[in-house]
Each structure stands twice: as structure tokens, then as C-alpha cells.
Ligand binder design. Structure first.
Ligand code: AMP
Length: 455
């Protein structure tokens, strides 16, 4: 792997993810010895639910469409069976012949994350050659990587297509194509690129599609590109994010939001935090404001050179940074278990991004707190998120920092049905969060949401 510093293995160890109900072992899934060793070295004792379902299904050779929540262990669910295929076949990659396994991801960050996972799960395969091809970085190292022998290529669609069209990358030997976070790739407008890439791979390939949702556009894409896929639906955006406590603070204006943010970041129980903004400019501005008030902070957004983004992420992993102020470029693919807080300073573009943002905390079996700072103009977005997740976000106030404006009257109705019956959603009341957000001021959480009105 090129382009960034190798990370310590310990960074990827986690032991507490929910495991499949009948608790199969990795060995019982039929994985070969070499991969069992790698999984053991990664510290995993049992497969997660998505791994238990998808690994044997993928090893059977057919196409799959899998919905799995962020942080569910989905990367190993496609990497392990793909590596098993490489191990079990007589074929070997030929220099300049292109990859045998191709993984497409929506963002560079996710590409790099998947590349690291591949190296972790394939560490016992001495011959394994893995590379990533992403936009925003120089071509040199990537070209050298694809000119040599290459087993697994992880790529973002734009740069990959660029290399394929210019004849520098051959996709004719792809045996397994993985579309990771397919919903996000469609949202980002990659549909034509994906079609062109798929057309350059052989018809005999196995296609594995992973997505937060399997409906709508994703279902249409699967209908066009997959052959009688097996559908594995384990978790979805409707899942309750068990380890993550969500909370909403109404703010009167920007200045009030900044005071709330400063208060939240001074919480001594906060380990590391990602503060999400809606714009690159806000990411820069907030990072500068926080730095001036003494926080160990950096900004991360798509307008920064890739080398700088990589350095910032390494700083976060190595805990040189306590706070990362980022746009949605960081809402997927960042897997740092010590992130205890996610704070939405600016609202996400869509409800799905909200789910991905809050999934940056509560990882690897830990708990996390996701706080949204919203102004009244954000009400419709909050309502949309609550409908999407079918969960109410409990409203909180901080003593001394209460909003002066009254709470907006139409605080949402989560999910169809519950609100209509007017039961208010007692099930959405706040859960205490192990005293995490208390320091000098105390906080109150509104347990009983207001009566919902139809939009
Ligand atoms: P992913 O959803 O693939 O991004 O994985 C989320 C996190 O779970 C990563 O930190 C993985 O290292 C970790 N992980 C994946 N599979 C397992 C497993 N079977 N047991 C424990 N941790 C796992």
C-alpha cells in the first residue's frame, strides 16, 4: 500500500461487536487456515452477524446484495471470501494484467480504510499484492502499482475509470467486483462511471453489493448489474444504534451554537470528537476558532490536498488531535474507536449522512454520544432524520446556555404510524449517558416529546 503511513495493528483490534445469534466461529464458516490465522491475529473471536451471513454466501460463488449498518464488520464480510477465492485458485496475477478483485468505494478515505483492512486480513498471504487508486493524489505511485502484479485493487470510480479509459489499467481479469456503500456512490453521481467500469469487467465476474439500503436506486442498479443475487438484509438505517446516545440542542443563532460547542468540547469525559460542518469554509473557520481557544484541533475537507488529509487522519488516530472539524468527507470510512463524541455543528445534506456521521462514534462495542446543534431553520431536516431512523432525538438544554427562543412547535414525528396514533413515542425518551456530558453545568433532557403534527 502506498501513499500513507502504515498504522499499528492494535488500532484495528476490537472485540465487542455484536456477534451472530448462534455464534458460529470463523472456522465453521469454511474459511481456510491462513485466513483464520489472520482473523485471530486481528483479535476477532467470532464473526459479526453480517460476516456470518455473507462469508459463506459469497464463498458459494453467487452475486450478493447486502445491507449492513456502518461499523458492523462489513469490510471483512467481503474481503475474506474474496481472499479465499484467490487462495483456492491455481491462477496467479500477471504483471500489468490488472486486478483479480476490484473494490469500488465512494470516497478516498473509505478506499484507504478498506485497503488497510485488506492488508490486515491478508497479512498471512505473503504473495498478496494490494493497491489503491484514488483521486486527488499524484499518479506516479498508483501507476507503478498497477504495472506490477496486482491481486486486489481498491478504488474510487473517477480515477479508476480515468486509468482504464486511457488504457493503463486492464479490468478484463476481474473475478470479484465489490460495490461498497453503493447507495453513497449513487448519491454522489457515480452511476455512469460504475456502469462503464462494470462493462470493462468480464461477465463471468461475481458481484457483491454492500449498501446501507437496498431499496430504490440501489435495487435498480442491482437489477441491472447483478445476476439473480441473494439478498442479505441484516441491519438498516432503522436500527437503534444501541451504543450511541443521540441528543439535540436548539440554538438561537450561530453565536449560541458556538458557545454550546465550546461547552461540549470542554467536557472532561470527551476522549476524541468529530465536529461536522455543512461547508468547507465552516470547517476551516470553526477549526480556527477552536484552535484559538486552546483545543488540539484540525480541519478535514475535500478541498484539502490528499497528503494533508492523510496527515490529519494519522494525527487523529495517534491522538495528537482531540477534535477533528470535518465536512461529510469524514462521515464514512473513519474508524477510530476512541471517538467518544460526534457533534453536528452544521446539518448533513441528507438523513443518511446523519446516520453515517453518528456511526463514527460508538465503534467496536464502545458507547458514544452524538449531539446535534440545530437552529429553527433546521427543523425540517431534523424531522426528516427522525423519520428516516424512526427514532426521536431527545432534546437537551445546558444550564446557563438555554435557548431564548421557545422550542419549535412541530418537533418531529418519527416513523409513520407512531405519531399518528398520538402515543408521543415514549419509546424515544432519553437514555442517560454515563454522566458523560456533565462538568460544571448540568443538563436537562426533555423526555416527553411534544405532540407531533403531520408535515
Ligand atoms: P467495518 O464495518 O468493516 O468498518 O468494521 C468496523 C470495526 O469492527 C473495525 O474496527 C473492525 O476492525 C472491527 N471488526 C470487524 N470484524 C470484527 C469481528 N468479527 N470481531 C470484532 N471486531 C471486528
Amino acid at each position: 500500500m502506498r501513499g500513507y503511513a502504515p498504522e499499528k495493528l492494535e488500532n484495528y483490534l476490537s472485540h465487542d461487536l455484536p456477534v451472530a445469534p448462534e455464534a458460529p466461529t470463523f472456522a465453521s464458516l469454511g474459511l481456510p487456515e491462513l485466513l483464520l490465522k489472520a482473523v485471530e491475529a486481528a483479535g476477532y473471536t467470532h464473526p459479526t452477524s453480517v460476516q456470518a451471513a455473507a462469508i459463506p454466501a459469497a464463498m458459494a460463488g453467487g452475486d450478493l446484495m447486502v445491507s449492513a449498518a456502518t461499523g458492523s464488520g462489513k469490510t471483512a464480510a467481503f474481503v475474506l471470501p474474496a481472499l479465499q477465492r484467490l487462495i483456492s485458485s491455481e491462477k496467479r496475477a500477471v504483471p500489468g494484467g490488472g486486478p483479480r478483485i476490484l473494490v469500488l468505494t465512494p470516497t478516498r478515505e473509505l478506499s484507504l480504510q478498506v485497503t488497510k483492512a485488506c492488508e490486515l486480513y491478508g497479512r498471512t498471504l505473503k504473495w498478496l499484492r494490494t493497491a489503491s487508486v484514488v483521486g486527488g493524489v499524484p499518479y506516479g505511485a498508483q501507476l507503478r502499482a498497477i504495472r506490477g502484479t496486482l491481486d486486489v485493487l481498491i478504488a474510487t470510480p473517477g480515477r479508476l475509470l480515468d486509468l482504464q479509459k486511457s488504457g493503463r489499467l486492464d479490468l478484463a481479469r476481474v473475478e470479484v467486483l465489490v460495490l461498497d456503500e453503493a447507495d453513497r456512490m449513487l448519491d454522489m453521481g457515480f452511476i455512469d462511471d460504475i456502469r462503464s467500469i462494470v462493462a470493462a469487467t468480464p461477465d463471468t465476474r461475481q458481484t457483491l453489493l454492500f449498501s446501507a439500503t437496498l431499496d430504490g436506486d440501489v435495487a435498480r442498479l442491482a437489477g441491472q448489474l447483478l445476476k439473480t443475487p441473494q439478498r442479505i438484509e441484516l441491519a438498516s438505517h432503522r436500527d437503534k444504534h444501541e451504543g450511541i446516545t443521540q441528543r439535540l440542542h436548539w440554538a438561537d443563532n450561530r453565536a449560541h451554537k458556538e458557545r454550546l460547542l465550546d461547552h461540549l468540547l470542554r467536557d472532561t469525559t470527551l476522549d476524541q470528537a468529530i465536529v461536522f460542518t455543512s461547508t468547507q469554509r465552516d470547517a476551516e473557520r470553526i477549526a480556527a476558532v477552536l484552535e484559538a481557544s486552546g483545543h488540539a484541533v484540525a480541519a478535514l475537507h475535500g478541498g484539502m490536498p490528499q497528503s494533508q488529509r492523510n496527515r490529519t487522519l494519522t494525527g487523529l488516530r495517534h491522538r495528537r488531535l482531540r477534535v477533528l472539524v470535518a465536512t461529510d468527507v469524514a462521515s464514512r470510512g473513519i474508524d477510530v474507536p476512541t471517538i467518544s463524541h460526534v457533534i453536528n455543528y452544521g446539518m448533513p445534506m441528507n438523513s443518511e449522512d446523519y446516520v453515517h456521521r453518528i456511526g463514527r462514534t460508538g465503534r467496536a462495542g464502545r458507547t458514544g454520544l452524538a449531539v446535534t446543534l440545530a437552529e429553527h431553520a433546521d427543523l425540517h431536516k431534523i424531522r426528516g432524520i427522525e423519520r428516516f431512523t424512526t427514532q426521536r432525538i431527545p432534546v437537551s438544554t445546558i444550564e446557563g446556555l438555554e435557548p431564548r427562543l421557545p422550542e419549535p412547535a412541530t418537533h418531529a414525528k418519527p416513523g409513520a404510524g407512531a405519531g399518528r396514533r398520538g402515543n408521543g413515542g415514549r419509546s424515544f425518551s432519553a437514555r442517560p449517558h454515563s454522566g458523560r456530558d456533565r462538568d460544571t453545568r448540568s443538563e436537562r433532557t426533555t423526555g416527553t416529546p411534544q405532540r407531533a403534527r403531520r408535515p
